[in-house]
Design a protein around this ligand. Structure first.
Ligand code: CUA
Length: 338
């Protein structure tokens, strides 16, 4: 027990092959070990100086305390000691130069992606991430990458500042509207016998009400062939209720519940209206019949016929959810009416 608690605390990187330590999650990218090394170097340095400074302070406070009221320093007491002053200036100078050098080198490495990197486009919006691959596949909620080769993310935001953070990879980059920022990493292979490994992605820039819901899963495939097979399959989603539910959970759930209205209308209500062919009042006046075409239009152009009682908070999913996706989503909505 003591061993398992203290081990990682005392020995920075000594808890199995993952490299999980007391302060740090597992190391899952090629840069993680370097980042952790510098982190723990500074950590132990600070701790050592903290202990030394506090110990001397206490020692001096006791040793040199005034013993009698009005006691004066001895006339020949020292006011300077050049060797000591040079020592406590030069040693810290060397230490901060080391910290700067290692930090700058790591920063440069993280800043400049290798030329041959596999590129994925990332879009942040309130409050979800979407990912576009070179073959035109777009997806939300999950980003898939191959292990063992550099992957470069080209990122932008549709609305406010977000920040893309993968703790297990020790990489993080702000995502800004009207500008492209990049981030790159090389994922380590999943543990022996596993085809994929999953890691958390967080938005780490406060971006509004559901900031804490703005998460995604990063899936590392064991090699390029396994990744390519996934990408190929992803390009042609099945039109089934289950596929629809999966799409709902990834793309819609943050704002649309199934049982009651939230940021947007509930999918349960949509199912009822769709079944009855109900007319719904619009924010701009007039009404619209809820049918499949209205659902499609509302996914691609959410503000074209904004429902009464809701604010224009929904971003467009045009380009991200294509015809088969919408068909699957409609199947899922229909299934909620039963
Ligand atoms: Cu996006 Cu916080």
């Amino acid at each position: 027990m003591t061993q398992s608690l203290l081990g990682p605390l005392l020995l920075a990187a000594a808890d199995g092959p993952t490299g999980r330590t007391f302060w740090m999650p597992p190391q899952a990218s090629t840069i993680a070990a370097e980042v952790d090394w510098l982190y723990y170097f500074i950590y132990w340095l600070c701790l050592a100086f903290f202990v030394a400074i506090i110990a001397l302070k206490v020692l001096f406070a006791v040793r040199y305390a005034r013993r009698t009221p009005g006691q004066q320093a001895e006339p020949d007491a020292p006011t300077h000691n050049t060797p000591i002053e040079v020592t406590w200036s030069v040693i810290p100078l060397i230490l901060v130069i080391v910290i700067f050098y290692v930090g700058f080198e790591g920063y440069m490495k993280l800043s400049v992606a290798p030329q041959n990197a596999y590129t994925i486009d990332v879009t942040g919006k309130k409050w979800s991430w979407s990912f576009a691959y070179p073959n035109g596949v777009t997806d939300g909620g999950e980003i898939h990458v191959p292990a063992g080769e550099p992957v470069k993310l080209v990122m932008t935001s549709q609305d406010v500042l977000h920040s893309f953070f993968v703790p297990d990879f020790r990489v993080k980059q702000d995502v800004l509207p009207g500008r492209y920022t990049t981030l790159w990493f090389e994922a380590l292979r999943p543990p022996e016998g596993q085809d994929t490994a999953e890691h958390f992605v967080f938005c780490t820039e406060y971006c509004g009400t559901s900031h804490s819901d703005m998460r995604a899963t990063l899936v590392v495939h064991k090699d390029r062939a396994h990744f390519d097979a996934w990408l190929e399959k992803k390009g042609t989603p099945e039109i089934t209720v289950d596929a629809g539910r999966e799409l709902y959970e990834k793309n819609c759930k943050v704002c649309h519940l199934t049982d009651k209205p939230y940021t947007g209308p509930s999918f349960g209500d949509l199912a009822k209206w769709l079944k009855d062919g109900a007319e719904r009042p619009l924010a701009a006046g007039g009404a619209v019949k809820v049918d499949e075409e209205y659902l499609r239009e509302s996914i691609w152009e959410p503000n074209a016929k904004l429902a009464q009682g809701f604010s224009p908070a929904m971003p467009t999913f045009k380009g991200q959810l294509k015809d088969p996706h919408i068909r699957a989503l409609i199947l899922y909505i229909r299934s909620l009416a039963q």
